[in-house]
Design a protein around this ligand. Structure first.
Ligand code: CMX
Length: 452
């Protein structure tokens, strides 16, 4: 169930002030909870969890969002559909402004329009990218992957870290979060231009056209930096950033960011490391995999594949031990509601796009086939099923750039959580590792109970 509904009770539009009271209140609650239940066992650890990438091990704390296997992502308890409905939109827009989801992830409250507007203004005010970053990006060879450029550009902002300076000046631990908040706001403000610089350098004329327009929202400026001012593309960017903003803490991007920042490394270095994690094909490569798959189908069989033929081709694909990209999920057991939002956008704005039509044919065919095959736990679409098709339609054709776009969006969630991590005074992460030999010994000595 969703927590408190919209925020008539919040008179102050000052996000930092509101956050200070929220953190204080939350810390008191956690302190009482830990006093009462600090020794309570939550989950048993099995040998398979240790060998299996810690799957389903509940050992990380993330306040901003949580995935419900049946309902999908919940941002502070609000289902994605509720967020689409409740978060403020731009004038004449239908998609939520990502500034609003940032407010929600930080505070647990649905913001009003003035609160969202304040974030837009604040990000516009902080958006200037230092000259040295721009120059550094220009010196990179075109062969350097956009994610390596993204990671390097973010790391090179670290010299301006307000948190690093405050830490060196020995500010009290209780105020760390305030400086992390400042860095988070600065980073979020600059990311659209950094991403656009990478895009324009690598694939276009090397020039980011236009200055920041402080009367516009974050996504409008981002879209125009990328080189497309069309209202539909701006709406897609708003939706895209809201969709990819956060996905609880266990994914490799969020986990890397949280781990690195736990050493009190500054937010820029932590997020730069997270970009290294996102660059891996198992993390940021799925948008592209869907497009490669659609491309393979259409280049061999054209765009109008009838249902019988499509079923045959899908079986052929599965029999050759390949997965159908855009379907299945490690945690979710239903259609990802974020894909439902992307699909609705596609059906509304690009109904005649040939890839969109093929996606619809797949949408109606793949789940039955995967169910018949009998292996997958979830035969329905995930968030990647339509995302690449939408970006391609609006001219972002370069698949290597897609993880950079996820990187811009995911900073919303990672930075929100980092502010809370420092606000809660969470310690440096230091789990215990164990060798196979010691693990076998432990199991043989029955020092631990092993569950199925
Ligand atoms: N097509 C064919 N087979 C699939 C499948 C798919 N889309 N999804 C899962 N399977 C298979 C698995 O390969 C596994 O087979 P084996 O037992 O032979 O190894 C079996 O079904 C059981 O897998 P699962 O428990 O249902 O799913 P996992 O947690 O192992 O994997 C995921 C999840 C996303 C990696 C997988 O569904 C997949 O590879 N999907 C296609 C790639 C894709 O769309 N990735 C984007 C994920 C987006 C996101 O995470 O949000």
């Amino acid at each position: 169930m969703a927590p408190n509904l919209p925020t008539e009770n919040i008179h102050s539009h000052n996000l930092k002030q509101l956050l200070a009271s929220k953190i204080d209140e939350h810390n008191k609650k956690v302190s009482t909870f830990r006093k009462l239940h600090g020794g309570t066992v939550v989950q048993n650890l099995t040998v398979d969890m240790i060998y299996g990438g810690m799957r389903s091990l509940k050992a990380l704390l993330t306040e901003t969002s949580e995935i419900d296997p049946e309902k999908g992502i919940q941002f502070r308890g609000y289902a994605f559909e509720e967020c689409l409905k409740l978060l403020p939109k731009a004038t004449n827009g239908e998609q939520p402004l990502p500034e609003g989801v940032f407010f929600l992830l930080l505070t647990g409250e649905i913001p009003n329009e003035a609160q969202v507007e304040e974030i837009s203004r604040e990000w516009a005010r902080r958006s200037e990218v230092p000259e040295h970053v721009e120059k550094t990006l220009k010196t990179f060879p075109k062969t350097l992957h956009p994610m390596a450029q993204m990671s390097a550009a973010i790391a090179s902002l670290a010299g301006d870290s307000k948190f690093a300076k405050a830490f060196a000046n020995k500010v009290p631990k209780s105020s760390y979060w305030e400086y992390v908040y400042e860095d988070a706001m600065d980073l979020l403000a600059k990311l659209p231009k950094i991403a656009a610089m990478i895009y324009r350098n690598l694939y276009k004329d090397g020039v980011v056209h236009g200055e920041i327009d402080s009367s516009k929202d974050w996504s409008s400026n981002y879209a125009s930096f990328l080189g497309n001012n069309s209202p539909q593309f701006i709406e897609l960017i708003r939706l895209y950033n809201t969709i990819y903003c956060d996905h609880e803490g266990g994914n490799v991007i969020a986990h890397t960011c949280q781990l690195v920042a736990s050493s009190l490394s500054n937010p820029y270095l932590a997020y730069s490391a997270a970009m290294g994690a996102l660059a891996g094909p198992l993390a940021g490569g799925a948008h592209a995999e869907v497009l490669f798959f659609l491309n393979k189908l259409t280049s061999e069989h054209g765009y109008d594949i009838d249902e019988e033929n499509l079923r045959f081709l899908l079986w052929e694909h599965l029999i050759s031990s390949q997965v159908i990209p855009g379907y299945g999920h490690a945690v979710l057991r239903t259609t990802d509601p974020r894909d439902t939002a992307f699909r609705s956008f596609g059906l509304k704005h690009l109904p005649n796009n040939p890839y969109m039509k093929l996606c619809s044919a797949l949408y109606n065919t793949v789940p039955d086939i995967l169910i018949e095959q009998g292996k997958v736990k979830n035969p329905y679409t995930n968030v990647e099923a339509h995302s690449g098709v939408l970006l391609q339609h609006f001219g972002i054709q370069e698949v290597d750039f897609y993880p950079v776009m996820i990187g811009v969006a995911r900073a919303i969630g990672c930075m929100s959580q980092m502010i809370w991590d420092r606000g809660m005074g969470l310690p440096i992460e230091r789990p215990k590792s164990i060798s196979t030999e010691s693990l076998m010994k432990l199991v043989n000595e029955k020092k631990t109970v092993v569950f199925d």
